[in-house]
Design a protein. Structure first.
Length: 508
């Protein structure tokens, strides 16, 4: 195949300059206020805008004082009207696409509007920024000399009686379905296979289709792509995926932290030839991309991609939302967005840590509702990901997936954390691994360290081995196997843990 990289590189260079133009706080403020101006001009033409005082030309200060902060249950009735075809509800016009996402506190799935404007000004612009950043970092790249292997979801959904022309499914399915024809020529698999809902049918077909292609880049969630790559290597009788795809050079990954999977990917690839670039692309929007992987300085927030950001300091229950130009380095914030899909001051449920303020780079810290704080330890997902990565490195173990929950104190014991881990390579000594993991968690979380001090308040965590495929079986039982669905890492109660343990025991 002709290498199109030199031809396309100048256009991506322009994208890179635009995406990375905001360096100082002044740049950030100017860029974000311009984005908000465009959003409020559109919002003024909606029912939601009229009900909440959104008007063209309002500044941020008036916007923040007028429009309420909301979560999904607050707008669920309005989204349901949009699904039924009502126009001008949260965003101008009729929306015919909705991204089905994981449940909320009321136990129901979310249906995030995917408007033409959100695709054009946010999701596809974010995708271009990813490629632009990669080409800037790697001037010798031949990215467009072969094809992209994009692992996506489907339009399987839980909605009955959808109106004609309305599509509900994974965000990735919408992106693939609407992908321009020219871009489709540069990727595998074909659209029909890419959108297949049955993962058991889809997986072997993906392996066969991809083995015949010259793959230069792969994109997807690390946990799901790991399964695909292992099958490719096994099917080809190869040592690494580079034996199958000699021109493979980069994995664009997101959805979950990559740290716990890094060693597994190193074992499947030639590390000298492989690059990795993290992205922050959620159902609600495309928010950030890694611009300097070597520095470990987080992801650059995309300030000019149609989304206006606000942040709430998680350490202060009375904190008011702050705009992007007022953030402090090192703090953890819950993120709010205003976006061209009709989400107005919407709490997406993610927390982020500000790694640098100028330019603004962030790291996903966890979910606002995915944590363990049963004993005042305030353990977040970024703590457990880091501790697991370190413990695996120290002991030579390799973890495929995990979840953790509290075990509450009773008459004969103190409380502790219980981890359920599915192994790729189990540790040689389970007790040593548990003690190592506990020590590493204390290093990255001072509250946990304080509760563990002297063994007075918390016992050492314990690790339970998950049988091979347990987490996939649980996802299948919930109808969420494949695509971008994932296992909750942490829970502050034992409902999920007890269900998984019961499934684990029933496999014996």
């Amino acid at each position: 195949m002709l290498d199109l990289t030199p031809i396309l590189r100048p256009a991506f260079s322009r994208t890179f300059r635009r995406a990375n133009a905001a360096v100082t706080r002044t740049d950030t403020e100017r860029t974000q206020r311009r984005v908000l101006d465009a959003l409020t001009a559109a919002g003024a033409r909606t029912c939601y805008g009229r009900d909440h005082g959104i008007r063209r030309g309002m500044g941020y200060e008036e916007y923040a004082a007028t429009v309420p902060v909301v979560e999904y249950p607050d707008i669920r009735p309005l989204v349901e009207l949009m699904v039924q075809g009502r126009r001008d509800i949260l965003w101008p016009g009729v929306c015919r696409r909705f991204a089905q996402s994981s449940g909320t506190s009321d136990g129901k799935s979310k249906y995030i509007p995917v408007t033409p404007d959100s695709l054009s000004f946010n999701h596809y612009r974010g995708a271009r920024a990813v490629v632009a950043n990669y080409l800037q970092i790697n001037p010798r790249s031949r990215l467009f000399s072969g094809k992209a292997f994009i692992l996506g979801g489907s339009f399987a959904n839980e909605v009955t009686d959808l109106p004609a022309g309305v599509k509900v499914g994974d965000l990735s399915a919408h992106l693939i379905d609407r992908m321009p024809a020219a871009a489709s020529l540069l990727r595998v698999p074909g659209k029909k296979l890419a959108l297949t809902a049955d993962w058991n049918e889809k997986l072997p077909a993906l392996v066969e289709a991809s083995m015949r292609a010259d793959i230069t880049n792969i994109s997807g969630v690390p946990s799901w792509f790991l399964t695909v790559l292992q099958r490719v290597v096994e099917r080809a009788g190869a040592q690494t995926v580079h034996d199958v795809w000699p021109n493979l050079e980069v994995f664009f990954h997101g959805g979950i932290a990559f740290g716990p999977y890094r060693e597994l990917y190193r074992s499947l690839t030639d590390p000298a030839r492989m690059h990795y670039l993290e992205t922050y692309n959620a159902s609600e929007g495309f928010f950030a991309v890694q611009d300097n992987p070597a520095s470990h300085a987080g992801m650059r927030l995309l300030l000019d991609a149609g989304v206006f950001y606000e942040f709430v300091d998680t350490s202060d229950p009375a904190a008011r939302p702050l705009p992007a130009w007022q953030l402090e380095q090192g703090r953890v914030y819950a993120m709010l967005i205003t976006a061209p899909n009709g989400l107005w001051r919407y709490a997406i449920g993610d927390t982020v840590r500000v790694d640098t303020a100028e330019p603004l780079r962030i790291t996903i810290a966890g979910r606002t509702k995915h944590f363990i704080n049963a004993f005042g330890e305030e353990v977040m997902v970024h703590n457990t990901d880091a501790a697991l990565t370190a413990a695996c490195r120290i002991t030579g173990a390799r973890a495929r997936d995990y979840t953790a929950a509290p075990v509450y104190a009773h008459d004969r014991s103190r409380g502790r954390h219980q981890w359920l881990i599915e192994w790729q390579t189990p540790p040689a000594d389970a007790d040593v691994f548990a003690r190592t993991l506990d020590a590493e968690l204390q290093k990255v979380n001072s509250d946990y360290q304080a509760k563990r001090a002297g063994g007075l308040f918390l016992d050492c965590l314990t690790v339970t081995d998950a049988r091979s495929g347990l987490f996939d079986r649980w996802l299948a039982s919930t109808g969420k196997l494949g695509g971008q669905r994932k296992v909750p890492r942490l829970a502050n109660d034992r409902r999920l843990m007890d269900l998984l343990l019961k499934m684990n025991e029933s496999d014996t």
